[in-house]
Every structure is written in structure tokens, then in C-alpha cells.
Ligand binder design. Structure first.
Ligand code: CP
Ligand code: NVA
Length: 304
């Protein structure tokens, strides 16, 4: 049994398979073709934080594959009243076939997975957001081919999304340039783990964006960090992706954002609503790539 708890849980060869399947599933969906290999299967989705895309993409995707998706928010379940995560995992995994969890610390989803009888997928933790970066890289690959050797410029916080880009840089062999204010750097551990072949720390966003193939950013205040809002808004003032930032990158560079976005804060409207932006494709591709993951974790390598 496999879990998808962080990006490095799958190999390059597995991502190649998943992308091939995602492209097929996307094309079938667009053609209105019925493909329902997961009839009778149930996906449990446990949310401890808010969501639009993750919920809709998993729920719609599971239904399209013929299965059923069950939405649970911890505040409406016994989890919110202190039931141990280990006990919840034992119970839920005896009644369902696969589980998606969005929670706080990565250690929570790991404890869930250790006690689960079925595969567990990370739908975002404080540390990682593997489904997002899988969709983002698929979006690049669909348009431009391999991402190997390319440069991704991240302007903003060293958060769950940028940390996952860093894991992906190692799997796919590309470079992540990260520009953030002092005090918000990628932790030493992450930097040391991946080395400068995959990662370079900047403080100047224009330098980080120079000759990049992808420019990307995210909110400066992630879910769970709301107490730091005032300080972070001040600290990230100079890290907004603007048209000037995009001019540093390659002429055909793509702009990506996992969404939700705050126009005028981490990105200017001219960029996110401009011609280089692929944010709606990224969001849609969450569903197609996650369908490939559901199929893979439940049925193995399918080739039809
Ligand atoms: N990008 C993303 O995960 O969005 P949601 O928080 O809306 O699920
Ligand atoms: N970094 C953001 C991503 C939201 C999809 C957060 O964790 O809130």
C-alpha cells in the first residue's frame, strides 16, 4: 500500500505515468466520455482547514471515476473534540477505500497514515502541498514538454507550496530560485538537503526572476499563521509579482499561483489576469492529476 504524503513519495517514473494518465483522463472528461473504474469505492476527505479547489477537484474527480467522495470538516466531527487522530484513522480506513487529509503539522498526517489500512493523500499541511505542485508541473509539461533544466522563480514565503517546489526540483531536476525577506528563508535543513544544484536563496525578487521559465508566488499569510498577519504584510511589501518582475524572466515565462490570490498584495492584477498567467489551467489540472493519483493508488498502473 502506498501513500502520497509528500512530493518525494513518487519517483520520476511514477510522475511520468501519472502525467500520461492525467492527459488521458483530461481528454476523456472534455469529450464527455464515461470512464468509471472506481464504482463502489469511497474517498473520505478530512479537512481541518478551508478549501475551494482541493475539495471540488477531489469530490468532482472521484464522482467522475464512478466513486463517492465524503466531505468531513474536523469541526463537525469528533476529531474537533479531541478524538485521537490514530483512532480516527483506524475507524475511517475500515469503511472507506482511500483518504485525503488537509491538516496542520505534517506529523498529523503521518500519524494518520501509520494507522490507516488504506492509502492516504496529503491535501495540504503546514509543510507540504504535493497535489498542487503535481498539477503545476503537469501544466508546464502539457504546454512546453519536460521541466528538466528549467528555472522556477518563487517570490514570497518559504511555505508549504515553495517547500514542495523544492522537493519537486530534486525529482524533476530543475532549479528553484527563492526570493523572500530576511527571516523567512527556507530552513537550513531544506537547503542542505537539496543543495545548490536545485536551490538558490535570493533576497532581491528581480534577481531571482532573471531568465526564469516560471514565476510563481503565494499568499504571505498561509492558513494557520493568521496571528502573524500584520507583521507579514509589512515584511512582504517588496515581494509582489509585478509586470516589472515578469520582465526579468524569459519572454515566454509562465506565471503560476496555487490560488486563492490577493490582487495587489502578492501579485498585481496585470500579471495574474495577464497573458502569461496560467492560473485557471493550474486549478483545473488539480482535478485531472488527482484523478490519476486516485486511479494509481487504488488500481495500480492502468493502461487503457
Ligand atoms: N490551491 C488550493 O489548494 O486551493 P484551496 O485551498 O482552495 O483548496
Ligand atoms: N500557502 C497557502 C496555500 C493555500 C492553497 C496556505 O497554506 O494557506
Amino acid at each position: 500500500m502506498r501513500h502520497f504524503l509528500q512530493f518525494s513519495d513518487f519517483t520520476l517514473e511514477e510522475y511520468e505515468h501519472l502525467f500520461k494518465r492525467a492527459a488521458i483522463l483530461k481528454q476523456r472528461h472534455r469529450a464527455g466520455e464515461l470512464y468509471q473504474p472506481l464504482v463502489g469505492k469511497v474517498l473520505a476527505m478530512i479537512f481541518e482547514k478551508s478549501s475551494t479547489r482541493t475539495r471540488v477537484s477531489f469530490e468532482a474527480g472521484m464522482s467522475q471515476l464512478g466513486g463517492h467522495a465524503m466531505f468531513m470538516h474536523s469541526k463537525d466531527t469528533q476529531l474537533g473534540r479531541g478524538e485521537p487522530i490514530e483512532d480516527v484513522a483506524q475507524v475511517i480506513s475500515r469503511m472507506t477505500n482511500i483518504v485525503m487529509v488537509r491538516t496542520y503539522e505534517q506529523s498529523i498526517i503521518e500519524r494518520f497514515a501509520e494507522n490507516s489500512l488504506v492509502p492516504v493523500i496529503n491535501g495540504l499541511t503546514n509543510e507540504y502541498h504535493p497535489c498542487q505542485i503535481m498539477a503545476d508541473i503537469f501544466t508546464w509539461v502539457e504546454r512546453n514538454g519536460p521541466i528538466q533544466g528549467k528555472t522556477v522563480a518563487w517570490i514570497g514565503d518559504s511555505n508549504n507550496v515553495s517547500r514542495t517546489w523544492l522537493q519537486a526540483a530534486k525529482v524533476f531536476d530543475f532549479k528553484l530560485n527563492l526570493a523572500c525577506p530576511r527571516g523567512y528563508e527556507m530552513t537550513v535543513l531544506d537547503g542542505q538537503t537539496y543543495g545548490s544544484r536545485y536551490f538558490e536563496q535570493f533576497y532581491d525578487p528581480f534577481q531571482a526572476a532573471r531568465d526564469a521559465d516560471i514565476v510563481t508566488t503565494d499568499v504571505s499569510v498561509s492558513m494557520g499563521y493568521e496571528r502573524e498577519t500584520l507583521q507579514r504584510k509589512r515584511d512582504f511589501l517588496n515581494y509582489r509579482v509585478s509586470e516589472k518582475t515578469m520582465l526579468q524572466a524569459k519572454a515566454n515565462a509562465l506565471f503560476m499561483h496555487c490560488l486563492p490570490a490577493h490582487r495587489g498584495e502578492e501579485v498585481d492584477p496585470e500579471v495574474i489576469d495577464g497573458p502569461q498567467s496560467v492560473v485557471w489551467e493550474e486549478a483545473e489540472n488539480r482535478m485531472h492529476t488527482q484523478k490519476a493519483v486516485l486511479e494509481y493508488l487504488l488500481l495500480g498502473k492502468v493502461d487503457n
